[in-house]
Design a protein around this ligand. Structure first.
Ligand code: ATP
Ligand code: MG
Length: 568
């Protein structure tokens, strides 16, 4: 491709509203342009990278036994009404009406469409299992679209759905697709972790998220420093065994703590450490109120609460509710003498506290020398807190470290959530009607592009891994007006193309400084500069990734280029 005939609108300035590196660089290097909030055009370079990612995805999905199809983005409301999600999905689902006032949604995801499609086509166990996938534009009216392609309102997703006659078959497909995802993200060059995730509102069981490690990620991953254990921090169980101190239990005493409400304030006021305090929070879990106790230096993990109570909503009780039920403000809550008013549950760490401190359920007062099961009773001791760095890894191997991650993929065992709601059934070997068992598997294709850009850049611009780069070679004649340079550049351009190397030639009449700066910004792995030595048939080769540069005669060029491109 000649640069004069394509469209690579590079920018010198950092666009004002682009906060993170990938967003800035993809705009500056002319890979994309914003149309409206969270909506982008892929420019020719962006489209090429996208295509490379899509091809990797296709190869690995096909290898895993999935088959590609394409479903509509325009989806009739009836499907979503059947599954019930028309009423629960909320404003993220973009809804519209046709000229006859019929309601539609723009596909945010395709469980409904695919379930209706397959239920109409498959009636017998003999046709199962089946895994289908598509690569398609999705629409979600995100509350806060941001970070460019990382959270768009229109974005490209690969979504796959599998249908099974039994759990074992689903487990096998899940394993295969898990492996396919690992291959895909490895081939994209990403530093990633597959983490145990929360099945949340989707109503299934097993689920993993694939996280590209990055400071700008929205999720926190807890992983082991010495095994492959990794989980979303919400999901990591705490297996720490707490030892009680040898301190002799003293008699509980009420003390005045005027204006001291937070754990930090109370701990400082009473000169005790936070781990001697019992943090007490009143939660509303579905319709019941539960007082939850954790150690002062720990945080309550509401997913663990939700799972324990099998609840659909978990929220902190409002101050007015707290006052009504326990008779005090939120900052004075404690577990002493409340058993008749609310259920009390405590984290395991609380049981090991000796002579602790807790709110007295009375404004301006706390108790000191509080001892569990002597001064208050908890109905249950459970794992209720967030894991912290330094905790024992849940698999017992090593210690936990935290990292931030960008969710690029998600595999999920759905079970019969959709097939039951939408009556997607088949006849089993005994002629009995059974709901199909399903799995779903998503990859944020455009988000993956941004995640790679986020991991692969330097102060000069993007530095693409070879397999994703829009072109393999950037050929730059320094001065197009110089006949020898222009002539040699044309000759090499034809030769590289004949060798099936994907080459971009900067044939613009620009100053060399502009050409080199643009080239660094765009980030093509190999640069060939045709300059002063053109008459002798000598060019300069530069590896964008290492900065390594050398001169070489045109006869040896192709081998050297191939050599550089083969280095990962
Ligand atoms: P998130 O928690 O980031 O909102 P999600 O759980 O809503 O993601 P899924 O419904 O599992 O995402 O969608 C499958 C994949 O699509 C995600 O793993 C992610 O890579 C991608 N994705 C989801 N929302 C967006 C978005 N707004 N912009 C770009 N990619 C997205
Ligand atoms: Mg989302």
């Amino acid at each position: 491709m000649k640069q004069s005939t394509t469209l690579i609108p590079t920018l010198r300035e950092v666009p004002a509203d682009a906060e993170i590196k990938s967003h800035q660089l993809l705009l500056r290097a002319g890979y994309m342009r914003q149309n409206s909030s969270g909506v982008y055009s892929f420019m020719p370079l962006g489209k090429k990278v996208l295509q490379k990612i899509e091809n990797i995805v296709r190869e690995e999905m096909d290898n895993a036994g999935a088959v590609e199809l394409l479903m509509p983005a325009l989806q009739q409301a009836e499907f979503w009404q059947e599954s019930g999600r028309w009423y629960t999905y909320g404003p993220e689902l973009m809804r519209l009406k046709d000229r006859n006032d019929r309601e539609f949604a723009l596909g945010a995801t395709h469980e409904e469409v695919v379930t209706s499609l397959i239920r109409d086509e498959i009636k017998s166990y003999k046709r199962l299992p089946l895994t289908v996938y598509q690569i398609q534009t999705k629409f979600r009216d995100e509350k806060r679209p941001r970070f460019g392609l990382l959270r768009g309102r229109e974005f490209i997703m690969k979504d796959a759905y599998s249908f099974h006659a039994n759990q074992d078959s689903l487990d096998k497909a899940y394993q295969k697709l898990f492996q396919a995802y690992s291959n895909i993200f490895a081939r994209c060059g990403l530093d990633y972790r597959a983490v145990i995730a929360d099945s949340g509102a989707m109503g299934g069981k097993d689920t993993h998220e694939f996280m590209a490690l990055s400071e700008v990620g929205e999720d926190t991953i807890a992983y082991s420093d010495s095994s492959d254990y990794a989980a979303n921090i919400e999901m990591a169980p705490v297996i720490t065994q707490y030892e009680k101190s040898q301190e002799a239990p003293a008699a509980m005493e009420k003390v005045h703590t005027p204006d001291q409400r937070t754990i930090e304030e109370v701990a400082a006021h009473l000169s005790v450490s936070a781990d001697k305090c019992i943090k007490s929070l009143l939660f509303k879990i579905d319709d019941r109120h539960v007082l939850v106790l954790v150690r002062g230096d720990h945080e309550v993990n509401d997913i663990k609460l939700k799972n324990h109570f099998n609840a659909s909503t978990v929220e902190l009780a409002a101050p007015a509710e707290t006052k009504e039920i326990v008779g005090c403000a939120v900052g004075s809550l404690g577990p002493v003498d409340v058993s008749d008013k609310v259920t009390v549950i405590a984290d395991h760490a609380v049981k090991a506290i000796v002579n602790g401190v807790t709110g007295a359920n009375e404004e301006g007062y706390h108790y000191i020398n509080v001892n569990p099961e002597q001064d208050f009773h908890a109905d249950e001791y459970l794992d209720l807190r967030f894991i912290t760095e330094g905790d024992v890894s849940p698999d017992g191997k090593g210690k936990i470290i935290f990292a931030k991650g960008i969710e690029v993929g998600h595999v999920f065992k759905l079970g019969t959530r959709y097939s039951e709601a939408m009556n997607a059934v088949y006849l089993d070997e005994n002629g009995r009607t059974q709901p199909m068992i399903m799995g779903c598997y998503g990859i944020g294709v455009s988000r993956t592009l941004a995640a790679v850009a986020e991991q692969f850049n330097d102060e000069k611009g993007l530095v693409w891994p070879v397999d994703l780069a829009p072109y393999q070679v950037h050929l730059i004649p320094v001065n197009m007006k110089n006949e020898e340079q222009a002539g040699l550049a044309e000759e090499l351009y034809s030769q590289l193309k004949a060798e099936h190397l994907d080459v971009l030639m900067d044939d613009r009449q620009e100053r060399p400084g502009v050409k080199f700066a643009d080239s660094d910004l765009i980030g093509i792995p190999v640069r060939i500069t045709v300059g002063k030595m053109a008459a002798e048939g000598i060019v300069e080769v530069k590896d964008r990734r290492t900065g390594e540069m050398f001169e070489i005669s045109k006869e040896n060029l192709i081998d050297q280029v191939r050599n550089l491109l083969s280095k990962q």
